[in-house]
Design a protein. Structure first.
Length: 543
């Protein structure tokens, strides 16, 4: 057989990489692992200094003046008060009318005894409650702390993910920088709504699956090399390469299952990610078996990887999700907690009453979500999200104190236009690299966007908002960084080409940072003259 070096399609680095030996001669563990893993992520101190620096920048932007405005804004009126209620009793309770006034004044003690009907699971509210437990329930910093902390961790996590995916410390730092300074992610990191927690757990699941991809390929290389090493001639027999070996229980997949369960326990819109990420990770395993020379790599991947992948993701996510309802299970009078006792059933009597009560609660909540179609001044169709057709105003007042006759103080969920519009165009480039070159990174990024974006088109009659898009924003940033990597070019390119790439990428990042500085006042509730606020409303639909 020929000894010609080849580059395996679909798994070779987009931005350069070492040539690899042909499958029949690659059954030493190290050689096969190198083929399967592609370009290694950079190591050393730089590997962590740059992501930590981006996280520090993101943290400064998120924690500075976090307590302003000092009142509940937008849907904080639901989730912050629910979080306080859960601290008191483990489940959500009702509040009297005008409870916001008391809460804003630092007196949350007006909480009523009756249970409250809510339609979102408890994880995000428990996370908000952690900040209130640490820093108090009587101040805005306390009830927003967890959102800011999770937003900052998301910057760090995305920088590490991008560094591994692209094999470049610079591109990893670029991803962290873009997420750190973007207004959409920044505002949601400074406001205690559920979506920033959803975004974090989904990104954590993606990162865990990325680590599992590397771990699985090392296992495959190790086990194939061990099997073939028993042969006298050091070559694999057709039987040994028929389906390939089992790879065993993979802890990073279990971690991903837990993260997906926590995401689902934050918002049900995480459900498509469980299916999408499950298919994605099995597709990675099939590709690894193909590159390793396994003959029936589709069936081998489906049977020997897919079944265990399902077990690690779906049941683990489901059990984790059930565990997030512990406070409701332990209560005596949470909403619908005793529904099964009041409604005995011969058909379903074998199901424990707490589970049957929870099932009824979920049926009711699902019906509520299906019928959620009331008009709202800031509703935005999913068609408009990528171009920021209708941003969400979380807070707007006209206070004094700017030295002008008319002043504005605003918190507006509005992304950095350069980042968002460039990212939207980048998705078209990734479709080409996925279909034309079978690049696994393009496919993975598109999977992250599609799972968070496309399901919303199934409910055109439902009231939706632009701020929902934060769930898939990290993958939009990865799409943009993918294209910046194409502009940057391979480290092996000639010096002039490399310099041009560095300059162009540097100019783009500098422009993005400058534009974020321009929009920062309307993201962070700074008091500015009205005409300055008006100048930042570039489109009529932004007002």
């Amino acid at each position: 057989m020929s000894h010609t070096a080849v580059r395996p399609r679909g798994d070779s680095p987009t931005f350069g990489g070492a040539r690899v030996v042909a499958p029949a001669r690659a059954f030493s563990r190290d050689a096969l692992a190198a083929r399967l893993l592609g370009a290694a992520a950079p190591g050393g101190s730089v590997a962590w200094i740059l992501p930590l620096a981006m996280a520090l920048l993101g943290g400064v932007l998120r924690f500075a003046r976090l307590g302003e405005p000092g009142s509940l804004v937008f849907d904080e009126t639901y989730y912050v008060k629910d979080a306080y209620s859960m601290l008191q009793s483990g489940y959500e309770r009702e509040w009297p009318e005008n409870a916001d006034d008391s809460f804003n004044a630092g007196d949350p003690g007006v909480l009523l005894d009756a249970p409250n009907y809510v339609v979102h699971p408890p994880v995000g509210k428990w996370m908000i409650a952690v900040g209130m437990l640490l820093f108090g329930s009587d101040n805005a910093f306390g009830w927003r702390f967890s959102a800011a902390a999770v937003g900052t961790l998301s910057v760090l996590l995305l920088a590490v993910v991008a560094r591994r995916m692209f094999g470049s410390a610079l591109l990893g730092a670029a991803a962290g920088l873009l997420l750190a300074v973007d207004g959409h992610h920044l505002v949601e990191s400074r406001t205690s709504l559920l979506d920033i927690f959803l975004s974090f757990w989904l990104l954590a699941a993606f990162a865990a699956l990325l680590l599992d991809r590397d771990d699985g390929r090392r296992r495959l290389a190790r086990r194939l090399a061990s099997i073939v090493g028993r042969n006298d001639d050091g070559r694999a027999t057709p039987a040994q390469l028929s389906w390939g070996p089992f790879l065993g229980l993979r802890p990073w997949r279990l971690a991903a299952g837990v993260c997906l369960g926590l995401a689902l326990g934050t918002k049900w819109s995480a459900l498509p990610y469980i299916a999408a990420f499950g298919l994605m990770t099995v597709a990675w395993d099939m590709s690894a078996r193909r590159i390793a020379g396994v003959h029936h790599w589709v069936l081998g991947g489906a049977v020997k990887d897919g079944l265990l992948a399902f077990a690690c993701l779906v049941p683990v996510a489901a059990l984790t999700y059930l565990g997030t309802w512990t406070g409701w299970f332990l209560s005596e009078d949470a909403y619908d907690r005793r529904w099964a006792e009041r409604n005995p059933s011969e058909q379903w009597g074998w199901v424990p009453d707490p589970l049957r009560s929870l099932a009824e609660y979920h049926r009711s909540a699902f019906t509520f979500h299906q019928g959620l179609g009331s008009d709202h001044p800031y509703e935005a169709s999913a068609w408009s999200w990528l171009v920021m057709g209708r941003p969400t105003s979380f807070f707007y007042e006209k206070p004094a104190g700017c030295g002008e006759d008319a002043c504005s103080q605003a918190v507006t969920v509005l992304g950095n236009p350069l980042i968002w519009w460039a990212a939207a165009l980048s998705l078209l480039v990734l479709v080409f690299f996925w279909l034309g070159r079978r690049d696994w990174r393009a496919a993975a990024i598109l999977t992250g966007v599609a799972a968070g974006y496309l399901p919303w088109f199934l409910y055109p009659e439902r009231t939706t908002f632009y701020f929902y898009a934060v769930a898939f924003e990290p993958y939009l940033v990865l799409a943009l960084v993918y294209c910046l990597g194409l502009v940057l070019g391979s480290p092996a390119a000639d010096a002039a080409r490399r310099r041009r790439g560095i300059v162009l990428v540097g100019v783009f990042l500098a422009a993005a940072v400058a534009l974020s500085a321009y929009f920062l006042p309307i993201w962070t509730a700074e008091i500015i003259p009205y005409d300055q606020w008006r100048m930042r409303m570039w489109l009529p639909s932004w007002i």
